[in-house]
Structures are given as structure tokens and as C-alpha cells.
Design a protein. Structure first.
Length: 384
């Protein structure tokens, strides 16, 4: 085990919650955790992190600044199961002063929970995604994660669909399950004409150009290949647009090559990982999200909060549609249909975009609601 920051076990400190996750990089689950962490009363609750990466991750500096500690163990790869269990056992032997253990990973959750429960710790299993595929890796994932539905004390998911996919209907219909909305700090996304003008200048977007964006990891489920092929069909005629792709991942190089093959490389901008998502969204005119599967799609919630029109995959749950300007397409079979929608979707006036934040807040995705729910869960189920 690697200690990536100060060990607080012997400190006189607030009630601490341990979050178990792959790595604290910029992603949906990680962003949710950090949104909560920034907004809790840290005199009452503090967060620590057991991650599966020894390297420095995106959010590590901020975690330390907020008072959290970060510990690292190896990833479970199927071959190292015995070693992985030993690392979990060794960790909890010396780190069991937690009021709750909140497990965000799937495949190895059962091993973490079994070791934590030896010390009477309250354990929460959290599903952040759905995955309908039956690939060999997914079959292995399901086999490893299946016992979790029988051993955790409580279960959370970003949507009912994500809960059923991971834990089964018996858990989801029980009194030990609830949907936790992936809340965002809505006030940061409230549309600003001044920010829009500044960001468009910085990005080199001409006043008459339609700026289309996508936020997501470059991986199969985000369906970048479909998006690029659809955008390529927009080209021509009177359409003047650019596509901005925000994120990183294993398929980025492949997508850059595909953009070149489609002869749209001069109109597609790969922005990488960004910390200024609210400002970027304000600069855009349309958000497109053709995921093959999603637990919720927090990026779509952020886009709606900024007042953007959104063209969304049918794979998103209905609860992800907060704004009357967000539309779920009928399918993912026709790039032509998506291209036509991208071209035809009107650009909303600045004045009309201001109401996006209210739509998201009224749908229950304000971080304050999420924080209140989690604090109640952590404290009401544990004798502190």
C-alpha cells in the first residue's frame, strides 16, 4: 500500500468517510465526489480516498488541500486476487476508524466490503453506470461484482436503471436502496453573455459559427466514432460549424485519425481534459451526447444547466432530461438523422439560456440536495 498523503488515523478529527474508487481523475463519479466534498461541512465530515493508482491524479492536490488523505493499492486484474485481498485486509487492519466506507468501484467491491465489515464498518455500494454489453471483460466484471448485492449495508445508484444493472431488482425495490442524483454546483453553470463572448474569442469561434461540443472519455461507450461520422455529414451547403471534444482516453488517437480520414480535421478541436467546463459550455451552441450506454450522463446535466440545447442518446434515463431544450433521439442507427438534427437545431438567444440553471435545480440536481442526502445517509446509519 502506498500512502499518497498524511495518514489521519491517530488525529483528533471529524467523522471520516472512506471513498474507494479507481483514480481521482476528472470523470463523472469523481466529479460528483468532489462536488460533494467542496460543499460539505468539513468540521463534521471529512473524506479519505483508497484509490487504485500510485500516480498523481487530477484531483489529488485539491483533496489534500481540503484535508483528505489518499491511499493507494493495486488494481484487481483477476490474476492478483489473493494479493488484492491481502492489500485490503492490511489496509483495514490499520485504518478502520471510519463512520462509512463508500465503494464506487464494481469488480472488486465485494473484496473491499468483506474486509471493511470485519471491523463493523457501514458499507455503501454505489453504481454509476449501466453496461448492457456481454463482452468477455464485462462477463468477468459481472461475475466479480455479483456478490456485492448480498453484503453491502446500503446501495446507491445514479439512476434506477444503473441500480438494477449492478445490484438487481430485489435490491432496488428494497428499503436499502436509493437513487442519488449526481448533483452539480448549479450557480457555476448559470449562463453569462460576458463569459460566452470571452471564451468564444479565446477558442477562435467566429460569431456566425455554430459551436457543437461533447464531453466524455474517449472510450467505446461514449461513441465518438458515431459522432464524428454524423458531424462529417453536416459539412457542406450553408452549414458553418466546429466540433469541440473535451476529454481524454484510450481512443483519442484513433478519433484524431478518423477525423482526418473524414476530412473534417480542420473543424474538429480536441481540447483534452479541462477544468473550466462551465465557461466552455457557455461558449457553445449545441451539446451532442450519443453514448451507447450511460448510468446518468452528468455532462448532459451540466450542459442543460448552461442553457444549451442538447441532442441526447436514447440510452440516457428519462431523469437526465431536465430542460425543454434537451431531446432524446429515437436511436443510434442513423448518422444522417443526427446530422440533420445538429444542422437544424436553432441557436438559443442569450436571454433564453439563463433559465437552464433553474431547470436543473428544479429537477433535483443541485449539489445542495445531494449533499443533504449523503450527510443523512452517512450519519443516520452510523453511531458516531
Amino acid at each position: 500500500m502506498i500512502v499518497k498523503s498524511m495518514d489521519p488515523v491517530n488525529c483528533d478529527c471529524p467523522c471520516r468517510v472512506l471513498h474507494v474508487i479507481g483514480a481521482m481523475d476528472r470523470g463523472g463519479a469523481e466529479t460528483l465526489i468532489m462536488n460533494v466534498y467542496r460543499n460539505i461541512d468539513r468540521s463534521i465530515l471529512q473524506f479519505d480516498f483508497l484509490v487504485h493508482e500510485a500516480r498523481e491524479c487530477d484531483f489529488d492536490p485539491e483533496i489534500r488541500a481540503l484535508g483528505g488523505s489518499i491511499f493507494s493499492i493495486d488494481r484487481l486484474n483477476g490474476i492478483n486476487t489473493v494479493s488484492y485481498i491481502k492489500q485490503c485486509r492490511d489496509f483495514f487492519r490499520t485504518h478502520h476508524n471510519y463512520c462509512a466506507v463508500h465503494v464506487h468501484i464494481g469488480s472488486s467491491a465485494c473484496f473491499v466490503i468483506k474486509e471493511a465489515k470485519k471491523y463493523g464498518l457501514f458499507c455503501i455500494a454505489h453504481s454509476h453506470n449501466t453496461n448492457p454489453s456481454l463482452s468477455l471483460p464485462e462477463i468477468g466484471f459481472r461475475l466479480f461484482s455479483y456478490p456485492t448485492r448480498y453484503i453491502a449495508d446500503y446501495y446507491l445508484a445514479c439512476s434506477r436503471e444503473a441500480g438494477v444493472d449492478r445490484f438487481g431488482r430485489a435490491v432496488v425495490t428494497s428499503d436499502r436502496f436509493s437513487v442519488l442524483n449526481n448533483g452539480i454546483d448549479v450557480k457555476h453553470y448559470k449562463f453569462s453573455s460576458k463569459t460566452r463572448s470571452s471564451m468564444r474569442r479565446n477558442l477562435g469561434i467566429a460569431p456566425e459559427q455554430k459551436a457543437i461540443c461533447h464531453i466524455g472519455r474517449f472510450s467505446d461507450e461514449k461513441n465518438h466514432e458515431f459522432l464524428l461520422k454524423a458531424f462529417a455529414k453536416c459539412d457542406g451547403g450553408e452549414f458553418d460549424g466546429r466540433l469541440f471534444l473535451i476529454g481524454r482516453g484510450p481512443l483519442r488517437n484513433d478519433m484524431e485519425q478518423l477525423a482526418a480520414e473524414l476530412n473534417i480535421h480542420d473543424k474538429v478541436v480536441f481540447l483534452g481534459v479541462r477544468s473550466d467546463i462551465p465557461d466552455l459550455l457557455m461558449a457553445m451552441d449545441l451539446f451532442v451526447f450519443p453514448s451507447k450506454w450511460e448510468g446518468l450522463g452528468i455532462a448532459a446535466i451540466e450542459a442543460q444547466a448552461s442553457g444549451l440545447p442538447c441532442i441526447l442518446s436514447p440510452a440516457l434515463p428519462d431523469m437526465a432530461v431536465c430542460s425543454p431544450y434537451a431531446y432524446k433521439m429515437d436511436g443510434l442507427n442513423s448518422t444522417t438523422t443526427w446530422a440533420e438534427r445538429m444542422v437544424d437545431e436553432p441557436i438559443r438567444a442569450d436571454m433564453d439560456r439563463i433559465d437552464g440553471a433553474n431547470y436543473v435545480r428544479e429537477s433535483g440536481f443541485d449539489i445542495k440536495c445531494t449533499v443533504d442526502s449523503l450527510i443523512s445517509l452517512y450519519l443516520d446509519h452510523v453511531a458516531i
